[in-house]
Ligand binder design. Structure first.
Ligand code: ZN
Length: 239
């Protein structure tokens, strides 16, 4: 089986389209949440994800846009975009997002948006953070998003972590791993290309891929809708 694993689309349809072209031959898409928030096309992105028939879980921005999370916890730019998103989302898409699970399993993997300690909100940024989820990890692999930077941790004799770049391959060999697939619609690792992963269960490997997309088109729409300047600017730098 070939799985395409995507996360943090953040209403960026140009980025999502570019990634799905790369994933046209996979058997199933797994989406790790934050379909919306930040970007200009929330309904379009939810509708594309709905049509994929994949495994989809909920993220913190999805919940906040439904009014199910205190938006005071978000920074001012994120908050402004969430409030705008709430006014744009149609009822059918809200209903779809509201029914999404927090956690799902497939093959030898479990998927959440943030971490196993806090499914939607905790950022796994360090070996110390990773340890908290390794303690709760019953599967071989935990796939996450949320930080917008592709990264992995593994737990052999000690816990070790490293950044993942385009074309990096992780072999699946019985060692427990946490794999962050990065962000489709708002990468923050100073690489402005959309990030995603392909999990090949026959070859037992996971590859991180990056693909360029039409950033200026997303920015044009964001300007049209008067979304915050910083959110528009950060896309071309990848921060
Ligand atoms: Zn996100």
């Amino acid at each position: 089986m070939l799985y395409g694993i995507i996360s943090d689309i953040h209403s960026n349809k140009q980025a999502l389209d570019a990634v799905l072209v790369q994933l046209k031959d996979v058997d199933k898409i797994i989406c790790l949440g934050d379909i919306i928030g930040y970007g200009p096309e929330p309904n379009e992105c939810v509708e594309i994800i709905r049509g994929l028939n994949g495994i989809v879980i909920v993220g913190n921005h999805d919940l906040a846009s439904l009014g199910e999370k205190d938006i005071e916890l978000f920074n001012p730019h994120a908050k402004e975009a969430i409030l705008w998103t709430t006014t744009r989302l149609n009822e059918e898409n809200k209903r779809y997002l509201r029914d999404l699970p927090y956690k799902a399993n497939f093959e030898n993997a479990v998927v959440v948006h943030g971490s196993l300690r806090d499914f939607t909100d905790e950022y796994i940024l360090s070996v110390y953070d990773a340890l908290g989820s390794f303690e709760l990890l019953e599967h071989e692999i935990l796939f996450i998003g949320h930080t917008h930077a592709p990264y992995y941790f593994q737990k052999g004799d000690r816990v070790y972590g490293e950044r993942l770049r385009n074309g990096d391959i992780i072999k699946i060999d019985g060692i427990k791993r946490i794999i962050n697939v990065g962000s489709v619609g708002q990468p923050r690792d100073v690489d402005n290309r959309a990030s995603f992963a392909i999990f090949d269960t026959e070859k037992k490997e996971i590859e991180i891929k990056r693909v360029p997309y039409d950033i200026s088109k997303t920015q044009r729409l964001m300007r049209e809708y008067k979304l915050p300047d910083f959110l528009i600017f950060r896309l071309e730098i990848g921060i």
